[in-house]
Structure formats: structure tokens, C-alpha cells
Design a protein around this ligand. Structure first.
Ligand SMILES: Cc1cc2nc3c(=O)[nH]c(=O)nc-3n(C[C@H](O)[C@H](O)[C@H](O)COP(=O)(O)OP(=O)(O)OC[C@H]3O[C@@H](n4cnc5c(N)ncnc54)[C@H](O)[C@@H]3O)c2cc1C
Length: 379
């Protein structure tokens, strides 16, 4: 581990590693095969403080940094990418309430989120508003001391199982400035869910539509000021993108470790694959590229912790670079395994399938380039 980390961070990393290797890794293939959402195991992560990693401690959070979070998610994803990524989304939603909600709202919701008595989803995307998220159409109309919300959210991780939905809806027609954020509880009349999507990876967590048909939400459940929701959603994504990148890194590291072991064991042409120089060079490139991605991730996390003015750009650069590199390394690890890499029993094809979506969600890697270049060319 890099000398840049403190003893406390090494301890946090080791704790996450132990949890991942004991509680996640032995089950990851079965959860993928059976599309099983391991809610009980996810809840046990809360006992280690992983449900509110960078949430303040007066509401049960761990009060840790984004760098700590990256260390934790990298380890969790080594155990299971898909489950780790869901825990990341729960953290993002909880952080939004903790950071932007009123004290009353924080006290009411966050302790139950940090203990994982309640599980949270983050609802921004709509069928007609993906990359152009600010064009969202779900509408929240004020009615006395409540808002009545109608619309459809698309691709929501945890939909149908989560207890709490942090949801962005339009309170005026003023573009991104007309969006507000709300807490919506499962069971509220008018709230329903689409069918669980059949998808390539991330099978250990459900993805579905969240459908709102005249859902009446107390005005007190609005997070922060009216019209500030889009800003909050984007702030959540800065850290979310680092976590998604950290999860990609953890998955790719497992794939690389498997490739190294396999290359040493597999005999062809009378020698181990690892004895061919082209194979040695391939493994060397995989290691170098993954370490470069790791350095970039921790640089970006440090900037977000330090609240530097270029933190958003760095989070976008890290998300783009780390997820692309991790996918390539995992795919190369599959190639090292030859035909066996294509079989589920070797556990590498699952990682490739799981990592593919990291290049798409929390802003596609093309949108990361939009964010980076916009910041470079401004002024
Ligand atoms: C498994 C899964 C889980 C998800 N979980 C959640 C969740 O929990 N909550 C949530 O809110 N959302 C979630 N999403 C949604 C995800 O964030 C979106 O899929 C993503 O933002 C892209 O939106 P889109 O799919 O509508 O693609 P589109 O925006 O339609 O993009 C299609 C293609 O066009 C490209 N493109 C679009 N605009 C530009 C541009 N200006 N310049 C260049 N290229 C461009 C994109 O990069 C992409 O390649 C999830 C998605 C998946 C697949």
C-alpha cells in the first residue's frame, strides 16, 4: 500500500478488505447467477460504518474523508463489484440529506440510513433525460404543506427494495434551476416500481423504474431550498463518481490477480503461459495501467477532500480514466484465461460484465469529457 496513507487509513482499508473477503467474495458468483440482492449482508456493512462513510457523526455517520471512502470501496468491490456499487449509491443519497437537508430532516432520516435500518436509492435519470439530466420532466406541484409529484424515473438502482428515494423533480420551468430534491418513502400512495430490468451485469442489485402518480410528499421532505436540487444532485455525483471508479479498480484488481495466478499455472507449448515474454509484458502493462489509475483516483479524492476549485474536473477525469482502464484490464485478464475466461466458473467474465456499466452510469465517459473540456476552456 502507498506510503501516502496514514496508519488509520491502513486500518480502515484492512477492515474493508476483511469484510469483503469474508462476506462478499465467497458469494459473488452465486449472487450474480441468481440475481440475488444480498440485503442482509449489505446491512451488516453498516455495523462497520460503511453506510454513512462521509456523513457527519452526530447522525451516526463515520465522518471519514473521500479518500477513506475510495479505499473502502476499492476493497468492497474486490469482494463483489455490484454489491459494493450499491452501497456506494446508498452513501451518496445519505450524504445529500446530511449535507443539504435541514437539521430536522437530518435528525429524522440520516440515523436510520447510517444504521441501514433504511436503504436509499438516488433518482435522477428519466426515460427522456439521461445525459441531459437537467431536462427532467418529473413534476412536483406545491399543494398546501405538501408537493404532489408525478413522473417516471428510469434505471434506478435498488428500486422496489429501497425504503427511501432521494428524488429530483421539477418545481419550475427554469431549467436546472427549476429542480428540487425530495425524500420519498416506499409505501407512499401513488409510488410504484417497474419490472426488474434484465441486464448484462450488476445482477446482485435490482434496477427498475420508479413511477410516481400523484405522490403526496410533505413539504418538509424537500432537501434544502426549492430550485437547488440539481446542484445537490451534481455535488453528490462528484463523490459518487470517485466511488464508482474505486469499485471499478477493486474489480479489475481481482481480475488481474486471477490472471497472474492463471498465467503461472496454465501450461501450453511445454511451459507456463507466464514464461512467454509477450505474456509477461501484457501483465506488466495491466499492472502499470491499473496503478496509474489508482494514483489518479487518490489524487482526485484528495482534491475533493481539500475542496479545491478543480475538484469536479478531477472527479470527472478520474471517473473516465479509472473506469476505462479497469474495464480494459479486466477484459485483458479474460484474454489471459483464453476460453476458460469466458466460462462463469473462473469469475472473470462476471467482472467484465459488472465493470462495463461503470463507463456508462453516474455520467457516461463522454459526459466526463464534456465536464473536463468545459472546465479547461472556460473564461
Ligand atoms: C445498471 C444501471 C444503473 C443505474 N442506476 C441509476 C440510479 O441509481 N439512479 C439514476 O438516476 N440513474 C441511474 N442509471 C442511469 C445512468 O446514469 C444513465 O444511463 C446515464 O446517465 C446515461 O443516460 P442514458 O442511458 O439515457 O444515455 P443517453 O444520455 O441517451 O446517451 C446515449 C449515448 O450518447 C452519448 N451522449 C449523450 N450526450 C452526449 C454529448 N453531449 N456529447 C457526446 N456524447 C453524448 C452518451 O455518452 C451515450 O454514449 C443507471 C443506469 C444503469 C445502466
Amino acid at each position: 500500500m502507498s506510503a501516502m496513507f496514514t496508519d488509520e487509513q491502513v486500518m480502515i482499508r484492512d477492515m474493508a478488505q476483511k469484510f469483503a473477503r469474508d462476506q462478499l467474495l465467497p458469494h459473488s458468483d452465486a449472487w450474480d447467477r441468481d440475481s440475488h440482492f444480498p440485503v442482509d449482508v449489505i446491512k451488516s456493512a453498516a455495523e462497520l460504518g460503511f453506510a454513512g462513510i462521509y456523513v457527519k457523526d452526530d447522525v451516526g455517520g463515520s465522518g471519514l474523508t473521500r479518500t477513506d471512502a475510495a479505499l473502502i470501496f476499492e476493497q468492497l468491490a474486490y469482494g463483489d463489484v455490484s454489491t459494493a456499487a450499491f452501497i456506494s449509491i446508498h452513501n451518496m443519497a445519505s450524504w445529500m440529506i446530511d449535507t443539504f437537508g435541514s437539521d430536522a430532516l437530518r435528525q429524522e432520516w440520516v440515523p436510520r440510513l447510517t444504521s441501514m435500518e433504511l436503504i436509499a436509492s438516488y433518482c435522477l435519470t428519466e426515460p427522456g433525460a439521461g445525459s441531459d439530466a437537467a431536462s427532467l420532466k418529473t413534476r412536483a406541484v406545491k399543494d398546501g404543506d405538501a408537493y404532489v409529484i408525478t413522473g417516471t424515473k428510469q434505471f434506478i438502482s435498488g428500486a422496489g427494495v429501497s425504503d427511501v428515494y432521494v428524488l429530483m423533480a421539477r418545481t419550475s420551468d427554469d431549467g436546472a434551476k427549476g429542480v428540487s430534491a425530495f425524500i420519498i418513502e416506499k409505501g407512499t400512495p401513488g409510488l410504484s416500481f417497474g419490472a426488474n430490468e434484465r441486464k448484462m451485469g450488476w445482477k446482485s442489485q435490482p434496477t427498475a423504474q420508479v413511477i410516481l402518480d400523484g405522490v403526496r410528499v410533505p413539504a418538509a421532505n424537500r432537501i434544502g431550498e426549492e430550485g437547488h436540487g440539481f446542484k445537490f444532485a451534481m455535488a453528490g455525483l462528484d463523490g459518487g463518481r470517485l466511488n464508482i471508479a474505486a469499485c471499478a479498480l477493486g474489480g479489475a484488481q481481482l481480475a488481474l490477480d486471477k490472471a497472474v495466478e492463471y498465467a503461472k499455472e496454465r501450461m501450453q507449448f511445454g511451459k507456463a503461459l507466464a514464461e512467454f515474454q509477450s505474456m509477461q509484458f501484457k501483465l506488466a502493462d495491466m499492472e502499470t495501467e491499473l496503478q496509474a489509475a489508482r494514483v489518479m483516483l487518490y489524487e482526485a479524492a484528495g482534491r475533493l477532500d481539500g475542496k479545491t476549485p478543480d475538484a469536479t474536473r478531477w472527479c470527472a477525469m478520474a471517473k473516465r480514466f479509472v473506469t476505462d482502464t479497469a474495464f480494459k484490464v479486466a477484459n485483458d485478464a479474460l484474454q489471459v484465461h483464453g476460453g476458460y475466461g469466458y466460462l462463469a466458473d473462473y469469475g472473470v467474465e462476471r467482472i467484465v460484465r459488472d465493470l462495463r456499466v461503470h463507463q456508462i452510469l453516474e455520467g457516461t465517459n463522454e459526459i466526463m469529457r464534456v465536464i473536463i473540456s468545459r472546465d479547461m476552456l472556460k473564461g
